[in-house]
Design a protein around this ligand. Structure first.
Ligand SMILES: Cc1ncc(C[n+]2csc(CCOP(=O)(O)OP(=O)(O)O)c2C)c(N)n1
Length: 325
């Protein structure tokens, strides 16, 4: 169990992700943010529990629903918001956008529009860690839909075979866009697939930030000791559409309400209150501080320039000595 300060930080971390995503939804609806947007409202516990269990120099690979993962890993709200606006001051200079954010300075190696891409990138990162003997760990997030793609199996197999320091963390929110997990995953359990690769697999309540923190701490500990990868399936609920504007006709009407009843923020709040670590005014102060940070990030993004047309092709390609000679 994390100490009192860490618990309050986890609470504040989830509030930061929630308010950020809610603000982004408003800005998108108001036409301020362009493109196509997936948010993680309701899924804050997986992002924050996982990040809190990792070291600052550990790596994270993310998904198309990745804002919360970066916020939890310590990314700058200003640079993230500016990126969503497509501005030159964005974390990828406005050229990544919501689905291709990366911030190597905090170990966030990238969101990805290709489902399960993180599952095959993670063994590569793990191999680099192993060769450098740096004691780091890489955690890759992916969805239940991604777990039905080949790269999931390829990545888990290789990481298990070479005992790489990888944590595979599936955010099972019951839906791959409009496709129900229950109708598309043979056997039902994603965690159970770990047995086929001879690694630990665990199914946890992904709305419980402490359960996420505990499972990721154990998996990261194993990875750091050289004992190889683990697979965690965190059951969670997205409160909103798959993308902004999704009419959600495929979904039981009461599912979002179920998510709200299981609200990970309120749940940790009750634990903190019972332990005398949080009360109403303190929770209000946290919300106000976070809201002010987000206001500042929005002002920054609004007042930043768009990338210059002549820079259209900069920042797009890695520099390889053999090519740039
Ligand atoms: C290789 C690939 N196939 C299809 C898509 C289109 N697509 C985008 S999101 C999505 C569903 C993803 O579901 P899941 O992995 O459970 O993540 P969630 O959206 O629930 O977070 C699909 C099919 C894609 N981005 N990449």
């Amino acid at each position: 169990m994390p100490g009192p300060d860490a618990l309050v930080q986890m609470y504040a971390g989830m509030v930061r992700v929630r308010l950020f995503e809610e603000r982004v939804r408003e800005l998108f609806a108001g036409g301020r943010i362009p493109g196509f947007l997936h948010t993680s409202v309701g899924q804050e516990a997986t992002a924050v529990g996982a990040a809190a269990a990792l070291r600052g120099d550990d790596y994270v690979l993310s998904t198309h629903r990745g804002h919360g993962h970066l916020v939890a890993k310590g990314g700058s709200l200003r640079a993230l918001m500016a990126e969503l606006y497509g501005k030159a001051t964005g974390v990828c200079h406005g050229k990544g956008g919501t689905m291709h954010i990366a911030d190597v300075s905090v170990g966030y190696l990238g969101a990805n529009g290709v489902l399960a891409a993180g599952c095959v990138l993670a063994p590569g990162v793990g191999l680099s860690i192993k060769h450098r003997n740096s004691g780091q760990v890489v955690l890759t997030f992916f969805g239940d839909g991604a777990a039905n793609r080949g790269p999931f199996h390829e990545g888990v197999n290789l990481a298990a075979l070479w005992r790489l320091p990888v944590v595979f963390l599936c955010e099972n929110n019951r839906w791959a866009s409009t496709t129900a997990h229950a109708l598309s995953a043979a056997g039902g359990s994603i965690a159970a697939r770990a047995a086929a690769y001879g690694i630990p697999g665990e199914s946890i309540d992904g709305n419980d930030v402490l359960a996420v923190h505990d499972a990721v701490s154990r998996a990261a500990g194993r990875a750091r000791r050289g004992d190889g990868p683990s697979l965690i399936e965190a059951h969670t609920i997205r409160w909103v559409g798959h993308f902004e504007g999704d009419a959600q006709a495929y979904r039981p009407r009461d599912e979002a309400a179920e998510g709200r009843r299981l609200d990970p923020i309120a749940r940790l709040g009750r634990i903190l209150e019972a332990r005398g670590l949080l009360d109403g005014p303190h929770a209000d102060r946290i919300r106000m501080q976070v809201a002010a940070e987000i206001d500042d990030a929005v002002d920054y993004a609004e007042n930043s320039p768009l990338p210059a047309p002549e820079d259209a092709l900069t920042d797009l390609f890695a520099h390889y000595p053999w090519r740039d000679r």
